[in-house]
Design a protein. Structure first.
Length: 154
């Protein structure tokens, strides 16, 4: 059974257009350094799961498209590269601490779904993204939230 996720990215760091321009419109989703988000990637995210691509720290804050997980969780090897921005001395190939997945672009929304429009959508009222204090960069999305976002995008 496919699951759905929301992945946050700051567009000045990695935007949906960057994903579109990636080789094969595919990229690894590395650099997650929060244990709960790591656990989602390591334990729950599976090939075929849908991803809402959210531009955070942007104006407006918005879901700008979708992607699909094309490789399930595997160790984030950037954590082992001394000098890399995602290096973590506690993570080793024998005992990896951090995990990542690979995603492929599915679509860019012609009309991004803004955070303010999500607040008005009854099917999204319990969405983790909208909860006060919710800062996770990887978070689960329900099927009804996934469908509501697509209705709003069209």
């Amino acid at each position: 059974m496919a699951r759905y996720w929301l992945f946050k990215s700051e567009p000045d760091v990695f935007s949906i257009q960057d994903l579109q321009n990636s080789r094969g419109k595919r990229t690894s989703w590395e650099g997650i350094r929060n244990y709960q988000a790591r656990n989602f990637l390591r334990d729950d995210a599976q090939v075929g799961d849908g991803v809402l691509f959210y531009h955070s720290n942007a104006d407006p804050l918005a879901i700008v498209g979708t992607a699909t997980i094309v490789k399930a969780g595997y160790p984030d090897h950037f954590a082992w590269q001394d000098g890399h921005k995602y290096f973590d001395a506690a993570s080793t190939p024998d005992q990896p601490v951090w995990f990542m997945v690979d995603i492929r672009l599915t679509q860019i929304f012609r009309h991004p779904v803004t955070r303010s429009s999500l607040l008005l959508e009854p099917d999204c009222r319990d969405m983790l993204l909208l909860k006060k204090g919710s800062r996770l960069s990887i978070q689960p999305v329900t099927e009804s939230e996934w469908q509501a976002v697509h209705r709003l995008a069209n």
